[in-house]
Design a protein around this ligand. Structure first.
Ligand code: PLP
Length: 370
């Protein structure tokens, strides 16, 4: 067993595409596993868990566990209201992973290509591979930002064989944003009609005023699909709820690939309760962003450069191969992010609670001394 497989094996986690893609892999708990006690800073989850309001709503919805046609808790109406759109602008998914898959299935048939950067959330490229479609992966700029002119050029060079452009904003694994001006530059520069999938999984953590959601571009009838998830800010990764906001024209193309039963009833009720709990959403954001800044400051003080992140994770430059360091953290009872080639000397760390990050920082100091 070598490379990734060896690392996966050492974590006691399943190998396979989902983990390799950093998708929210089903973390199988083998007998005798120490999963419960491990500090889990590997999947950009939300360590705080859902607030009371969400837990209560999901508990209340358990009575519908035997039903197909139970009330949906108002989830579609709540999302529509949040974004000022009608239901024909929305598709729900079992997590935004399903939305990304639906976009791939819809727009990559007939030998079309997806264009995006690398590293990014690579599940999109892996799904394309499964569809026998090509992925054109462009390098990040030297400052780790996404190269908008290069994306435009690649789309023009490959037109009309481009199925869609993928833009993860903020990007996973760097946490860096594409500014609203750059998004506009991209949309204006692409050949007309090329759909752009803008993955806003980490939208809620952004503070930089140069960033904005791309949903207004949908309202302006641009060929944009915005993907959102309840897995990050809403701490519902295990419940599987995400959605797409797009134009009715693109939604109609995608809808046949979305199973009408894909989202479970607990996720629907929990998601609706979450959208109603602005106090909890704001508290989660400030806790996580504050803890990220404190952790980054501690690492910087130790002499390690941290990429400025606007998400619930960050990357730190180790100035050495990340793979043995990942294993050292595992020995300390801490799961950290996988390697993200070609950034092989950067470690991605999800931001947990202050107590978890203190354990991380202590372990970091110990490991990097060796
Ligand atoms: N998009 C990005 C950028 C992610 O990082 C993730 C998960 O880590 C997802 C989408 C998928 O999240 P989910 O399927 O839980 O909504």
């Amino acid at each position: 067993m070598g490379g990734m497989a060896a690392i996966v094996g050492s974590l006691g986690l399943p190998a396979g595409n989902a983990l390799a893609a950093d998708a929210p892999a089903p973390v199988v708990q083998p007998a005798g596993s120490d999963y419960e006690t491990l500090v889990k800073l590997c999947y950009n989850e939300n360590s705080y868990g859902p607030p009371r309001s969400v837990l209560d709503a999901m508990t209340g919805a358990l009575k519908y566990a035997n039903r197909y046609g139970a009330p949906d808790g108002g989830i579609t109406a709540a999302i529509a209201k949040l974004h000022g759109v009608s239901a024909d602008h929305l598709v729900l998914g079992a997590g935004s992973s399903e939305i990304l898959d639906i976009v791939g299935t819809t727009f990559l048939s007939g030998g079309k290509k997806v264009i995006g950067v690398e590293p990014t959330f690579s599940a999109v490229y892996e799904h394309a591979t499964g569809l026998n479609a090509d992925a054109i992966r462009l390098p990040l700029r030297s400052d780790f930002r996404q190269d908008i002119p290069a994306l435009i050029k690649a789309a023009k060079d490959n037109h009309p064989n481009v199925g869609f452009v993928y833009l993860c904003n903020p990007n996973n694994p760097t946490g860096m944003i594409v500014t609203s001006d750059e998004v506009k530059q991209l949309l204006d520069g692409l050949p007309p009609g090329v759909p752009v999938l803008i993955d806003e999984a980490y939208h809620h953590f952004v503070e930089d005023p140069a960033y904005a959601t791309s949903i207004p571009h949908v309202l302006a009838d641009r060929p944009v699909i915005v993907a959102r998830t309840f897995s990050k800010i809403a701490a519902m990764a295990g419940m599987r709820l995400g959605y797409a906001v797009s134009t009715p024209t693109l939604i109609r193309k995608m809808a046949p690939y979305a199973d009408s039963m894909n989202v479970n009833v607990l996720a629907k009720w929990g998601g609706a309760a979450m959208l109603a709990d602005n106090t909890a959403l704001a508290a989660t954001k400030s806790n996580i962003v504050e803890t990220r800044k404190q952790t980054a400051a501690a690492l910087t003080a130790m002499g390690y450069a941290v990429i400025p992140s606007e998400a619930n994770f960050f990357m730190v430059n180790l100035r050495r191969d990340v793979r043995p360091v990942i294993q050292s953290f595992r020995r300390e009872g801490i799961l950290v992010g996988r390697p993200f080639p070609p950034m092989n000397e950067h470690l991605r760390v999800s931001v947990g609670t202050p107590a978890e990050m203190e354990k991380f920082t202590t372990a970091f100091e110990k490991i990097m001394k060796t």
